[in-house]
Design a protein around this ligand. Structure first.
Ligand code: FE
Ligand code: CA
Length: 178
């Protein structure tokens, strides 16, 4: 059985992951408007991955006899002036998520909740390394091609190669390594 404090923390994180999906959808829509379909596809794929992150918290709370609380999802900002700024918003958000995961780790330690610590949060510690790395690298590459339309088109093609995660894997994240 999960403790009340841990349950509240995990429900807040469930909301933050759903907000992340919203943010990635918003950035994807922005890229679509710039005719950069590869970046847009990458963002949509990441939005689905964020829903799979949300499902990990959802499933964990339920599996441990807890109550899932679905809080309202905030409206993401939808206006950016450059691709660097738009992708930068994703990187900034990932930094926030990393901090939230670290705070949950601290809470799990205080509560002596090893199921949350090892069964759930350990995976997210590793995952946030990847999330920060991939968003920062994309921002840095975008900065490199800032004055080159050709470079931007090539990068767009590269980003578009990312496959979309199937919906069944979003619902049951145990099936995916995302
Ligand atoms: Fe996430
Ligand atoms: Ca990932």
């Amino acid at each position: 059985m999960i403790g009340k404090k841990m349950q509240d923390g995990l429900n807040k994180q469930l909301n933050a992951e759903l907000y992340a999906a919203y943010l990635y959808f918003a950035i994807g829509a922005w890229f679509e408007g710039q005719n950069l379909e590869g970046f847009a596809a990458w963002m949509k794929s990441q939005a689905f991955e964020e829903m799979s992150h949300a499902m990990r918290f959802y499933n964990h709370v339920l599996e441990r006899g807890g109550k899932v609380e679905l809080y309202a999802i905030a409206k993401p900002e939808g206006k950016w002036s450059t691709p660097v700024e738009a992708f930068g918003a994703a990187y900034e958000h990932e930094l926030k998520v990393t901090k939230m995961i670290n705070d949950l780790v601290d809470l799990a330690r205080e509560e002596k909740d090893n199921a949350a610590l090892i069964g759930l949060l350990h995976w997210f510690i590793e995952e946030q390394i990847e999330e920060e790395d991939q968003t920062l690298k994309a921002v840095e590459k975008l900065k490199m091609v800032e004055d080159s339309k050709q470079g931007l088109f090539m990068l767009d093609k590269e980003m578009g190669a990312r496959p979309l995660i199937a919906s069944a894997q979003v619902i049951n994240p145990g099936l995916t390594q995302a």
